[in-house]
Ligand binder design. Structure first.
Ligand SMILES: *Cc1c(COP(=O)(O)O)cnc(C)c1O
Length: 385
């Protein structure tokens, strides 16, 4: 638990969640049972996808997704560096290579204009990362993917519940990965989901999450057979029915959680409109934002920097965070991929300035007032020195 008075994120768990989890605990199946199927069906319905496969984490979802599309040794996957390390790690797990393309400075979403010059004969897919909960420019990405015969895949760990034009995130790309970590839109404790437009790939993903075995335990039980075949490579990426019971109850509140996040974002945006030191990222009109994060850029002025604002807010008991240090600046990727700073200037400049302010459905109006007035007071004080 955070010792901060206002954390940057907090999950919402209530009575309906306890009831749902309890039902599963009292049932016959704690894992590989019917609650997983229900959760997958309901989730697919909510995002408008033909099928969904639940796994043990968002990272497992990304790995399973890349694997289902056959990403393997030497294959390149184009992505933004303004993302969590897992987006790149999942490509590396497959033996592939993440290729980083710079972002638009207004939104920190991948800049479609910069993608084509990064495409090579080895490029297999483009990974759209819906940073902060705002959908990428899927129209532009689809045109590029079609023109070069690439898969368009999505890391929607931030954007569950979001929309682009009239399309729901999860039904736009060839496949989409989600996370149910407690800071995300809905939680299962740990968990993830992949939606596919092609059911054959979903079948492959189900096999991948269970050691590459063709049938699961429940199917064999029902058929009265012990025989199974391991017919492809796989992992134990199964999610339990206990986790899915929590997910099913949480999913019912998704819409209201996204509405709440948008209300909070609106209050922040109204306050920071024309602010001398704090500039929110741009919210595109064609997007229904899921507001996983509310990200601002902090101007350097006197003693005011992103770092000094972060530290001063902490002293006031207000938690903020930085999302993200460009992936390739971490020492592991510099070593592994032989990448150096300067690769994506917009991402690197943003990294010095960005701060994610508290946003979660139960954040009180009075807390928002406290946060913005504390920020104003700190900015005015520090900017003078
Ligand atoms: C949270 C997150 C992940 C990983 O999800 P886990 O459930 O923590 O494994 C991947 N990509 C992005 C952009 C995320 O925010």
């Amino acid at each position: 638990m955070s010792r901060l008075r206002i954390p940057y994120s907090r999950q919402s768990v209530g009575q309906a969640d306890y009831t749902s989890v309890r039902e599963v605990l009292e049932s016959e199946w704690l894992t590989t049972g019917p609650t997983i199927d229900r959760f997958e069906e309901e989730f697919a319905g909510v995002v408008g996808a033909p099928c969904a496969v639940a796994v043990s984490s968002g990272t497992a979802a990304l790995h399973t997704m890349f694997s289902a599309f056959g990403v393997s040794a030497e294959d390149e996957v184009i992505m933004s560096p303004v993302t969590f390390a897992a987006s790149a790690n999942a490509v590396l797990y497959c033996g592939g290579k993440p290729v980083f393309v710079d972002v638009d400075p207004d939104t920190l979403l991948i800049d479609p204009m910069k993608i084509e010059s990064a495409i090579t004969t080895k490029t297999k897919a483009i990974l759209a990362v819906d940073y902060a909960g705002q959908a990428c420019d899927y129209s532009a990405l689809k045109i590029i993917a079609n023109r070069h015969k690439l898969y368009l895949l999505a890391d929607a760990c931030h954007s569950l519940g979001g929309e682009y034009l009239d399309m729901r995130v999860g039904s736009i790309a060839d496949a989409t990965a989600f996370s149910f970590h407690p800071v995300k839109a809905i939680t299962t404790g740990e968990g993830g989901m992949i939606t596919f437009s092609d059911p054959t790939l979903a079948k492959r993903a189900r096999q991948f999450r269970n050691h590459g075995i063709t049938t699961d335990f429940r199917e064999r039980e029902e058929k009265g057979t012990f025989f199974y075949d391991v017919s492809s490579s796989g992992f134990n990426y199964r999610i339990s029915d206990i986790n899915c019971a929590l997910g099913r109850a949480q999913l019912k509140r998704l819409r209201s959680c996204i509405d709440k996040r948008n209300e909070i974002a609106k209050k922040y945006s109204k306050h920071f409109h024309g602010h001398p030191y704090v500039l929110p990222l741009v919210h595109l009109p064609e997007v229904l934002h899921a507001y996983h994060l509310y990200v601002v850029r902090v101007s350097n002025s006197g003693g005011l920097t992103r770092d000094s604002l972060y530290a001063a807010l902490r002293e006031h008991g207000i938690g903020t965070n930085v999302h993200y240090r460009p992936v390739y600046l971490h020492s592991y990727y510099q070593r592994m991929l032989n990448l150096k700073s300067g690769l994506c200037p917009n991402a690197e400049t943003a990294y010095q300035q960005i701060l994610s302010l508290p946003i979660f459905p139960t954040l009180a109006s009075s807390d928002i007032s406290t946060i913005v007035s504390t920020i104003d007071e700190i900015c005015a004080r520090l900017a003078k020195f």
